[in-house]
Design a protein around this ligand. Structure first.
Ligand code: S3P
Length: 436
C-alpha cells in the first residue's frame, strides 16, 4: 500500500496547472461517444475515475484512442452503443456509475455496473428510484439501493421529478436518461447543483432549458448530435488544495493556470475570501461553454466563518480542504446543512474529524457538519500518521495540513489520489521550499 510523506514547508512558490476537470471529463467522454463522428478531447483528466468511464464506453463498442494529452472518440451516434460482454467496473467513481445508470436505462441491451468496495456502499437508490418512474428496469442489492446494478434497457418516458437532494449526479443521470425517453424530462433541485451536464448538452447543440432550479430536456432529439472537439479546463477541486496550501503556508505565492471557474463549483473561493484569503481570479474567458481563469494565491491569515446549507452544493468536494483552512484560522468555523458529505467516497465529516484530531485540531462533529475551533496559527499542527480512508480528497487535504505541521506527517493508503489527481505529490514538491 503506498504512502505519502510530507515535510513542513517554508513557502510554496511557482506556477502550475492541475489535471482536467473530472466532472467535465466524464461527461465529455459520454457525450462524444454518443455523437456522430470523431471528437478530440484535450486537457482531460487522466485520473482512474475517468479512465474507467473511458473503458466503459470502449466496452460498449466505442473506439477511443489515447495519445499524450488527447482522446480521440469515434462516436457512433445517439443509438450507437452496444452491449458489453461483461460487467462494467466503474472503480471508485460515483459520477461514473450514476451517470452511466441513467445513460443505459433506455438502451435496448443489458448491462451490469459495479465498482470498488466504497462504491458498493454508496446510495444508488437516489438514481434508481426516479429512473424506475421513467420505466427503467434496474435490479441491484437491497432492491436497487446498492451496486452492482443490473440494467435491462427499456423504453422510457420523461417525468417531472423533484429531487430531495441537490445532486448533480442525480440530475445528470435523469437528464441522460431523458435523452432516450419519450417526451420531456424535468428535474427540480432544492438548490442548483453543478451544471456541467446542461452546459455540455448546449455545447453539443442539445436543447436544455433552465427555469429557476428546474432543468428540462426533450427526449430523442431528431438528428442526434454531431461530434465536436472539446478542451477540458483544469479542475477547480484539484486547484483547491493549492489555494489553501498557498494561503496557509507563510511566504507563498502560487499561480494556477487554466482552472474551470464555473459559478456552481467555486463556492470555496467565496468562503476563503470571507475568511481573509488573498486569491485573485485573472484572465477570465470561456472554453467549450465553461468559464476558465488563472488563479493567483498569496499567503494570508484567516478567520473562522459560518458556512450555511445554501453554500454547500457549490463547495461539496472542497469540504475536507476547507477543514484544514479552518483549523489554522482564528476562531470557530461552523458548517451546517452538509449531511451529503457522509455519503461521499468516505464519510467526510467523520474522517476529517478523526484525521485532524490526530494533528491536535479541536473540533466538534455534528450530524450535518462540524465546528472547527481554529488555532489562529498560534502553534504548528502536530505531525501525525494519517490515513486516507481510501478517499483521495482526504489524502490530499491531510498532505496540505502536513505542510504546516511541526514535523514529518505520513498519509497511509495514498494510492487513491490517482482517482482524480495523478502527479499531485510531484506538483507539490516542485513548489516547495522545505523548512529545513
Ligand atoms: C459530481 C457531483 C457531486 C460531486 C462529485 C462529482 C458530478 O456529487 O461530489 O465529486 O460530476 O456530477 P453529488 O451529485 O452526489 O453531490
Amino acid at each position: 500500500m503506498s504512502s505519502l510523506t510530507i515535510k513542513p514547508a517554508r513557502s510554496l512558490r511557482g506556477t502550475i496547472e492541475v489535471p482536467g476537470d473530472k466532472s467535465v471529463t466524464h461527461r465529455a467522454i459520454m457525450l462524444a461517444s454518443l455523437a456522430q463522428g470523431r471528437s478530440s478531447i484535450t486537457g482531460y483528466c487522466r485520473g482512474e475515475d475517468c479512465l474507467n468511464t473511458m473503458r466503459a464506453c470502449r466496452a460498449m463498442g466505442i473506439e477511443i484512442q489515447e495519445s499524450p494529452g488527447r482522446l480521440d472518440v469515434q462516436g457512433k451516434g445517439q443509438w450507437g452503443l452496444s452491449e458489453s460482454n461483461g460487467p462494467i467496473d466503474c472503480g471508485n467513481s460515483g459520477t461514473g456509475i450514476r451517470l452511466l445508470t441513467g445513460l443505459l436505462a433506455g438502451q435496448d441491451f443489458f448491462t451490469v455496473l459495479t465498482g470498488d468496495a466504497s462504491i458498493r456502499r454508496r446510495p444508488m437508490g437516489r438514481v434508481v428510484r426516479p429512473l424506475r418512474e421513467m420505466g427503467a428496469s434496474i435490479a441491484g442489492r437491497r432492491g436497487g439501493e446498492l451496486a452492482p446494478l443490473a440494467i435491462t434497457g427499456r423504453k422510457l418516458t420523461g417525468i417531472t421529478y423533484a429531487s430531495p437532494v441537490a445532486s448533480a449526479q442525480v440530475k445528470s443521470a435523469l437528464l441522460l436518461a431523458g435523452l432516450f425517453a419519450e417526451g420531456t424530462t424535468s428535474v427540480t433541485e432544492p438548490r442548483v447543483s453543478r451544471d456541467h451536464t446542461e452546459r455540455i448538452f448546449r455545447y453539443y447543440g442539445i436543447a436544455c432549458s433552465q427555469r429557476g432550479t428546474t432543468v428540462s430536456v426533450e427526449g430523442r432529439p431528431a438528428a442526434g448530435w454531431q461530434a465536436k472537439d472539446l478542451w477540458v479546463p483544469g479542475d477547480f477541486s484539484a486547484a483547491a488544495f493549492f489555494l489553501v496550501a498557498g494561503t496557509i503556508v507563510p511566504g507563498s505565492e502560487i499561480t494556477i493556470r487554466q482552472v474551470g471557474v464555473n459559478p456552481t463549483r467555486i463556492g470555496l473561493l467565496t468562503i476563503l475570501a470571507r475568511m481573509g484569503a488573498d486569491i485573485q481570479v485573472l484572465n477570465v474567458r470561456e472554453e467549450a461553454g465553461e468559464p476558465v481563469a488563472d488563479l493567483m494565491v498569496r499567503s494570508a491569515s484567516l478567520r473562522g466563518v459560518t458556512v450555511t446549507a445554501d453554500e454547500i452544493p457549490h463547495m461539496i468536494d472542497e469540504f475536507p480542504i476547507l477543514c484544514v483552512a479552518a483549523a489554522v484560522a482564528e476562531g470557530d468555523t461552523i458548517v451546517s446543512g452538509a449531511e451529503e458529505l457522509r455519503v461521499k467516497e468516505s464519510d467526510r465529516i467523520a474522517t476529517m474529524a478523526v484525521e485532524l484530531r490526530k494533528m491536535d485540531v479541536s473540533m466538534t462533529e455534528r450530524p450535518d457538519g462540524m465546528v472547527i475551533h481554529g488555532s489562529g496559527g498560534k502553534a504548528r499542527m502536530i505531525a501525525a500518521s494519517c490515513d486516507s480512508h481510501g478517499d483521495h480528497r482526504i489524502a490530499m487535504s491531510m498532505a496540505v495540513a502536513g505542510l504546516v505541521a511541526d514535523g514529518v506527517t505520513t498519509i497511509a493508503d495514498s494510492g487513491c489520489i490517482e482517482t482524480s489527481f495523478p502527479g499531485f505529490e510531484s506538483k507539490l514538491l516542485d513548489l516547495l521550499t522545505p523548512l529545513s
